[in-house]
Design a protein around this ligand. Sequence first.
Ligand code: CIR
Length: 259
Amino acid sequence: FLFTSAVIRRPCKQLINGLTTQDIDKPDFDVAILQHSDYAKTLIESGIKNLIELDAREDYPDSVFVEDTAVALPNYLLITQLGAISRRGEFTEDIREAFGKFYSQENIIEMTGNEYLDGGDVMRAGNTYFIGLSTRTNQEGADKLIKILQEKEGLNGIALNLPEGLHLKTIVTYLDENLLVGIKTIENIPEFDKYEKIIVEEDERHGANILNINGNIVVPGSCPKLHKVLQDRGYTIKPVICDEFRKIDGSLTCMSVLI
Ligand code: CIR
């Protein structure tokens, strides 16, 4: 599948107070801005022709992580209810308007009631979407997405229990064809038995979150061992340093919704 468009949001100053499970220092806002603009540039270099950059929202510290707010399916957009209470409401009017360029009103579906899901828990692998059941995504949320996939898109959805990590895509991402990149634990996830796996080294754990944009593999800048493995396999890699976002559990995929 070819991506032509992306929605991103500028980091806000409140970013430094984003949710985190890490016991390290807070992000440096000025450095984060530079890393975010490098990220945006890399999306364009990878073939994203239509990049919509929304203004920063100081009222939501984690609002740079737009991926969690909506799942962009081929024909339908699913607006999520975010698992973290402080993040509910991140899908504001401006982002709705941005998606309105790609989806007609009747093809935009919203989660309701007890359905909770973060887009970071949704990994597409060809015609199958894997959904991590995590501290953010519950069975009701996964079921809602699976129903849309099956009934409206003619695709499959499989929910699985997340063994560790914040989101499914914190620990594994889909590279290509039959190939996943992930941390060692994914070897024990039976749903992934049929996939070949590139396992990242413990000191390059964040390398488990990569982004294949039209054949360009966007990888975290600080993973030299993974870079070599991918290059040896013939992939074109585009390293982006995103260390400031990692301090609040952010990774590469979470900063955009690709369409
Ligand atoms: C959070 O805890 O929600 C944010 N600080 C990080 C969200 C990262 N999102 C993602 O990996 N999809």
